[in-house]
Design a protein around this ligand. Structure first.
Ligand SMILES: NC(=O)c1ccc[n+]([C@@H]2O[C@H](COP(=O)([O-])OP(=O)(O)OC[C@H]3O[C@@H](n4cnc5c(N)ncnc54)[C@H](OP(=O)(O)O)[C@@H]3O)[C@@H](O)[C@H]2O)c1
Length: 236
């Protein structure tokens, strides 16, 4: 089996850890980041650990950058079998529908939905032909079921709705892969201490958050169309 993976938003946080864990498990990892400086630094930190990592520049808000990177993967790494759409941003983590600002909603959607949509659509034929796997990194806060439960606390409509739309994309993609050996699914790492939430106390470590995603991405089981958390299938 070819073991080439592309991970977006991998210069830090959960994405960097995903890249490290995959490379330690023997994958060649294409480490995506929007900043050349931060991306090269992250890739070189992993190469210093004798891991097989290449940096690829990709800005998820820039359609030209996404097209350029997808084209270079098609040309240089046609054996890609794993795409992990990890890059994400929180908008302003609004606290309610009423206080949500349209600009924050648009910013969240641009990365978490439109950018991810563009990259997925460009690399979909390659992953389908290679019978590979696409993981859309989601959040439990995107679950419409969770939103209606008494445990739901942070009504961050900007961030959450962008990830709910990302979940809808996962379902739509999975329907197309139903009769193939390729697969797409969503995984939530759960509350993890990273820059995304100001390194809030109480979250799990980046290593543990990433391990949940890497675990499902490499367990050899079929998860097409599932939404998964640390314990198994999570309600949409
Ligand atoms: N932390 C949590 O509790 C939690 C829970 C559930 C789901 N998640 C999801 O996990 C994923 C990783 O988040 P994290 O917690 O590790 O946050 P993080 O440390 O803030 O990392 C986010 C990554 O996304 C990248 N990114 C943001 N906007 C981008 C753009 N326009 N183009 C390219 N890359 C961009 C960031 O790059 P820069 O360094 O250039 O900004 C960074 O590499 C996200 O999809 C997030 O929604 C996180």
């Amino acid at each position: 089996m070819n073991k080439i993976a592309f991970v977006t938003g991998a210069n830090k946080g959960i994405g960097f850890e995903i890249a490290r864990q995959l490379a330690k498990a023997g994958w060649k990892v294409l480490l995506g980041a929007r900043s050349i400086e931060r991306g090269e630094a992250a890739a070189s930190e992993l190469r210093d650990q004798e891991l097989d990592v290449e940096f690829l520049q990709i800005d998820m808000t820039n359609p030209e950058s996404i097209l350029k990177t997808a084209s270079s993967i098609q040309a240089d790494y046609p054996a890609l079998t794993l795409l992990i759409n990890n890059a994400g941003m929180p908008g302003a983590f609004s606290r309610s529908f009423s206080d949500t600002k349209e600009a924050d909603l648009r910013n969240a959607f641009e990365v978490n939905f439109f950018g991810t949509f563009r990259l997925n659509q460009l690399l979909f034929p390659l992953i389908r032909n290679n019978e590979g796997t696409i993981v859309n990194v989601s959040t439990d806060m995107a679950s419409l079921s969770f939103m209606q439960s008494s445990d739901y606390a942070l009504n961050a409509f900007d961030y959450n709705s962008s990830k709910t739309s990302n979940n809808a994309m996962t379902v739509a993609m999975a329907l197309e892969l139903k009769n193939s050996k390729a697969q797409v699914f969503a995984v939530t790492p759960g509350f993890t201490k990273t820059d995304l939430n100001g390194n809030a106390e109480g979250g799990k470590s980046k290593e543990d958050g990433a391990a949940i995603i890497v675990g499902y991405a490499t367990d050899g089981k079929r998860h097409n169309g599932e939404f998964l958390d640390a314990t198994g299938v999570y309600p949409w």
